[in-house]
Design a binder for this molecule. Structure first.
Ligand code: PLP
Length: 356
């Protein structure tokens, strides 16, 4: 049976998007592709509030997370880590042969502007990685405050992952001064996995020119050269790009303000439901992601059983990630999900819970 997804990625994909993905194929060196590419880039610039470069990469998020490190880390990288994905990013940075230090924050807590300030003030780093929304723990770090701190260190290139937040809330890339903002599309964007987006500021591109060993597939300078011809260095996932084009139109038709408000509404529905049932939260209210909620299993629900029974009814449920599996569970509320979908899901859990 096909399960309706309430897990934090991949998320449900709208039928209109699936239809857009079956658009007849074109060649990526044809004029048709250049038009599609240019249109998508311009719509992404509008969504990201940037006038800078926006590139389309055929990979999942980790492709560009690795690419960004290979292109932008010169002297030494500060990896801010507060969960599974950010920890992994440190590992990836080291595996790329880069000098890097992990600054670890307890799971469930945000990366703070104070920590970023303290680390950058050492003068040891020319780059940093930060995950805006740590999807493993449902924590959103305070990006605007961190961005203010970053402005004190103009020699540091900032690489920020917004995989599970971009489009669900306002993230004005230029105003924040993010040098490389990157994300995959199977979470907040509600597209099938396989496409990743990244930006590069003038400072980021300048840095690339000084870095050796950028490789080819994710060489930012190759992306830049191709993009000037409305193209990509190698064959892109054209079907995905059609889907992205349609999805961006859908975002603007709904209205960005409305889209952000819908996410806030769904986050608040889940938080009331959890509180009403006696569950706790893995994160303080100020740092809870708007796209997913990580609950603590304070009333000892048999989460494995809940997951099984929900599965039998046609719903995919997440019983925690990595080392906090079982103690926590996550409910996603992002993408094209509507408050009514969430109501339906929580209603089914309510029917199952008394039998557990
Ligand atoms: C899912 C996720 C990733 C990893 O994405 P892949 O598409 O599996 O490469 C990275 N960062 C965050 C914050 C995520 O939520």
């Amino acid at each position: 049976m096909n399960k309706k997804l309430f897990i934090p990625g991949p998320v449900e994909v709208h039928p209109e998007i699936l239809r857009a993905m079956s658009t007849p194929m074109i060649g990526h060196r044809m004029k048709e592709y250049a038009l599609l590419h240019k249109g998508v880039r311009e719509k992404l610039q509008k969504l990201l509030f940037t006038e800078g470069k926006v590139f389309l990469a055929t990979s999942s998020a980790f492709g560009v997370m690795e690419g960004a490190v290979r292109n932008l880390v010169g002297k030494r990288c500060a990896n801010f880590c507060n969960g599974a994905f950010s920890n992994k990013w440190h590992d990836v940075t080291k595996r790329c042969g880069k000098e890097a230090d992990a600054f670890k924050v307890e799971w469930g807590k945000p990366v703070t502007p104070e920590l970023v300030d303290e680390v950058l003030a050492t003068g040891r780093y020319d780059s940093l990685t930060l995950i805006h929304n740590e999807t493993s723990t449902g924590v959103m770090s305070p990006l605007p405050e961190i961005a203010e701190v970053m402005k004190k260190y103009p020699d540091v290139v900032s690489i920020v992952d917004t995989v599970s937040s971009m489009s669900a809330m306002k993230i004005p890339v230029d105003e924040l001064g993010i040098d490389c903002c990157l994300f995959g599309v199977q979470k907040a964007f509600a597209l099938p996995p396989g496409l990743a987006i990244f930006t590069a500021s003038a400072k980021a591109l300048e840095r690339c020119r000084t870095i050796e060993g950028r490789g080819y597939y994710f060489d930012f300078l190759e992306f830049d050269a191709s993009d000037q011809k409305d193209n990509t260095p190698s064959t892109p996932c054209i079907s995905h790009i059609y889907a992205m084009d349609r999805q961006l139109d859908r975002f603007f038709t709904e209205g960005l303000e409305q889209r952000w408000a819908r996410h806030r509404e769904m986050a608040s529905m889940v938080s009331s439901w959890l509180t009403g049932h006696g569950y706790g939260f893995f994160t303080d209210p100020d740092y809870r992601a708007v796209t997913l909620t990580c609950a603590t299993n304070t009333i000892n629900t048999d989460l494995a059983m809940l997951k099984r029974l929900l599965g039998e009814r046609g719903y995919a449920f997440d019983d925690g990630y990595g080392k906090i599996k079982g103690q926590t569970f996550r409910i996603a509320h992002m993408g094209d999900m509507q408050p009514d979908d969430l109501k339906e899901f929580l209603g089914v859990i309510d029917e199952i819970l008394p039998a557990l």
